[in-house]
Design a protein around this ligand. Sequence first.
Ligand SMILES: Nc1nc2c(ncn2[C@@H]2O[C@H](COP(=O)(O)OP(=O)(O)OP(=O)(O)O)[C@@H](O)[C@H]2O)c(=O)[nH]1
Length: 417
Amino acid sequence: NYGIVLDAGSSHTALYIYAWPAEKDNNTGRVEQTHSCKVKGKGISSYASQPWKAGESLTLCMQEAEQKVPNKRHHETPLYLGATAGMRLLNMENSSASDKVFQAVEKALQKFPFSYQGARILSGQEEGAFGWVTVNYLDDLCSCCVLTSMRFLSPSQGLETTGALDLGGASTQISFVSDNYDGSESPSNSVTFRLYGNDYNLYTHSFLCYGKDQVLRLALAQQTQVNFHPCFHPGYTEIKNYSVLYDSPCVSGRKPQGAPENFTLRGNGSFGQCQEIVKSVFNFTSCKYSQCSFNGVFQPLLQGPFGAFSAYYFVMNFLNLTDTSIPLDTVKDKLARYCATPWDEIKLHTGVKLSYLAEYCFSGTYILTLLTEGYNFTSESYSNIKFIKKVSRSYATLFLLHTPQMPHDLSSFPVDH
Ligand SMILES: Nc1nc2c(ncn2[C@@H]2O[C@H](COP(=O)(O)OP(=O)(O)OP(=O)(O)O)[C@@H](O)[C@H]2O)c(=O)[nH]1
């Protein structure tokens, strides 16, 4: 059997093909990702002003899928599109624009012979929960991302589950099982479901606007009137357009009156000052629960190992900081040295887009600040985090949960409160 998932994020869209044995075997059936294709261009939400292009952008990957899935399986192969924070933001800002993007996408997808199951925006809670399922399915020993049931042993069998930390472009998610959380405090953070005969009660939260691209906008928006920005390398200079910077509901309220068309961004590479700016995007002043992460959001005590993926991995891997046995203070020192490195030296790095190179100092600072100040990881618990390269994004598991011929009983997932 085959299934196709289109993952439509804020900064990218990708297509994944999954395959699994036709016989239904509830214990040993394996689901493998057999093919992936990166859709050209940015996430489909970026086509708000030219929706038809959103549909067209998918065509090449869809044609590849037609080649990869055997012809005789085409009609029974389910095809899903799940959109995340980029579309959530577009929908908040201009729902008719997001409807038009979906119409164009549907029109394009329906031209293909697969069993089209619809396109929709996932809730933050679903995105967090699917990320957790995916992290707990990942077979660490297999480099090709085989989803396996092996890890879903009951707690009495002594296997702890792994929490999920997902950093996207527009939102970020934290999801984990905690002995101190039964869902009674802040029930909107609870997702309960049954997998492989075990009941799970998960804590999950998605912070919209706290993906790294949106926080960068916030960090830039605060500093447009000053001479130097500490999150960029000494010697870095870029002309930025005000309208482009403020073109997001995450920052639009902060646009200064009478702002000129452009401003010049100049870096001075100070990790300490950059951290102060990043800290200021979190609100720690009020918490009506027993404990909070930030912005008044409940979070129980952190528990267990965590897998950190997407931008967490891209950034920490580039910075050579994925080894969490290195003391946190040393990690900060290394990042501070990196931030202070002149841009002339940084830009010599080959094989990486200049736009990514320019942002690693900011992104590394944001990641460390989010983990320690935001989620309350300490010098000790930081070592419980593993930065993992993951081929597919969280909600690639979406189709697993709704496809009846799947080898595992996932039908009751997720039960929303
Ligand atoms: N350095 C680097 N950054 C990347 C790479 N691929 C994606 N990113 C960035 O990492 C961030 C997260 O990317 P994704 O995981 O694709 O997130 P997304 O699905 O677009 O975001 P959401 O809609 O918030 O879920 C974005 O800021 C991307 O621009 C990469 O290969 N290298």
